[in-house]
Every structure is written in structure tokens, then in C-alpha cells.
Design a protein around this ligand. Sequence first.
Ligand code: 3PG
Length: 396
Amino acid sequence: MLTLADFELRGKTVFLRADMNCPIDPKTGLILGTKRIEETVETINALKEAKVVVASHQGRVGNCDYTGMRAHAQAMEKILGREITYVEDVIGEAAQNAIKSMKDGEILLLDNLRLCAEENYEFTAEEAVRTVMVKRLAGLFDLCVMDSFPTAHRSHPSLVGLSRALPACAGLLVEREVKRLDEIMTVAKAPHVVVLGGAKVRDRLEAMRLLIANKRADHILLTGLIASVFLRAQGRIKHELGIKNEKDITAMAHSLIGDHPDVFSTPVDLAVNGSSGRLEVDVREVADVHTIGDIGAKTLAHYGRYISGAGTVFMSGPAGMFENDEFSAGTRGLLESISQSMATTIVSGGHLSSALKKYGLDGDVDHVSTAGGALVQYLSGKKLPMIQALDEARRA
Ligand code: 3PG
């Protein structure tokens, strides 16, 4: 990949694709952890002689964490100690005019890229250069800097289109992540234990198949919503979970566990909302009146034994609603086991990096990646579209 060191940056107008997709409090809409914003600082500072237009998505259309970027601009000002111009627009005249009137050393943040419909679809690079987003933006920039490792598995126009239309290189975060992960994967030993949670179930199902096929997952310990899907597939939870395409997703989980029955562990107990707070119950006692908030203590102890016997541990996605103190024990306990283990340890995703920081454990793992789903796919050996786009930019 080309890097910032390969370009003269002074006076250039730079499109910086970052990933500032932060955990958002569903009740207040406030940003819960700014780790991903903090991670952009190094690259923004390296571009201090350029005009820097930062662009990111936040959440998915229709979800509680889908918001504009004003709060991100305010957080950036505090973290960077520099003025940020925020424009409530992505590709329209307001954004274009604001970009054209920038001076060297200025930083502008565009609104949530997913406000532009095209950014919610996957394209080939050839198709992406024909999107209105790329046609309107490309002419305004001299260089495109890809620093959005957590989104490297997406082939949206801002990731594969602008990098095809413009000279492109990796930002410092992408450069560091790729180098560190490659170093780790050359020394990673079996057994490979993967602790998977979080809510992006479909993405995880596909990636798990790849991880198993490429011998990157000897044991998969399931938590969070994905564990509930597998418990449904096993018939151990009877009621519906209320997720999109539940039938298809449960069928996919059923086939995956059927193909690899020895690889998966599912929770034996769960923490639900009892009348006076956290209540731990056997999975067979979970009823549709319950909200599942966490794994229970027996599951935590069981998973802890796999973690202490592992050669490599990779954890992605929280074990439950860890933002709520009543349901944080599972996520916290798993992270503590990982930080005490002798294995090579990788913890990934915005939620878990915030959790590690909150529990004071961020110095105790070998690599804390900003990426979640992208990292699962990267570790499975899949070539990620954004990395491929950077490869092609080097050869162009
Ligand atoms: C993430 O948090 O994993 C990235 O920001 C990608 O988000 P997405 O899964 O909504 O594309």
C-alpha cells in the first residue's frame, strides 16, 4: 500500500475516509465512547499542512445509532484542540462550496456519509466511480486517504470509488493495523479461541464459516444476540427474538452448528431483567417477557476455561448490554480473562475498545483493533475491498 510518506501533502485538498462510528446511547442519542474519534488524531495531525475533509458514517439507516455528525465535530474539537468546520451536507452544494473555500491547515467534517443513499449499497470499483457521490466529490480533491479500517470490509463508494478516481493511500491507522495484525498472525498459535458477540448477526455468520474453513477458529464461544440466535437454532430458546430476517438467520445458524458441532459453545445461563434488577437464569427458563442483557456466571466460568487454555484469543463484540452496569459482568469478566491469559490476544470493535478503556485493561492485550466485522473477515483470510482498492491504487 502507498502511505502518507509517498505524497507531498502541503497545500493539497485531502479526502480522509475515517471511521468515527461510535457507540450511541439509545435513550439520549449522546456519544458513549470517543475512542474511534481519538484514533483519527494521528492522521489528521500528519495532514496539518493540507486542507483535510474528514468523512465517516455513523450507524445504519433505521437503527438507534444512526445520527448526524455534529456531536462528532464537537468531540473532535475537544480531542484535537483545533477548530472543526462542520457542514450538514455530504455531496450537495453546501458541502462542495465549503470544501472549495477551505484554506491550508483547515479541517472540515462532512455529515454522515450514509445520508447519501449510494453509501448504503455495495459496488464494484468500476460501478462506484459512476456513482453521483464519486462524480461530485472526486474533482474537489488531490488525494484520498483511506483510514477507515473498521469499514474495510464494505465496498461503498467512499471506500472503493474515490480511491479508484483519485490518487489514494493508507492513513496511519490503517498502516499500523495491517502491519500489527500481519505480525500477530505469523506468530499466532492454536488453539484459536474466538469469542463472538454483538448484534450484527448476518455478518458474523458468514465470517464464522470462513474462520473455521481457514483454521482460524478451533472454538467459538458465543455471546450477545448471536448467542441467542444459536440457542434458538438449537431449540433451547423458544420465543422469537424480534430481529430482521429471523427465520433465515436462524436457519443459517442451524446449518453452521450442524456442520461444526464441536466448534461452537453457547451459553448455559443468561442474565435477564428480573423484577429487582439482574436475574440469572438457566437458558431453558428464559421467557418472552425477559430481555436478555448478558451471559450468566456459569457461562462466564465455562468460557474462561477455554480462554486460559488458548494459544490465540480473538474477541469481537460485547457479551451483552454492557453500557448498563447491571449487564456489564459478562463483557468485563471475559475481558479480564483475556487480559490475564498467556495467549496472543486481540480485542476488536468500537464497543470493546471503549469497554477495555473503561475497565482499565487496555494495556493488557496484544492488539486492540478499532475494527469489528472487518477484523473478523481479515483474520479469516478474506481480501477486504478497501485493502484491495489500496493495492490497486499502488499498482495504478
Ligand atoms: C463497524 O462498527 O463495524 C464499522 O463502522 C462498520 O459498520 P457497518 O457494519 O454498519 O458497516
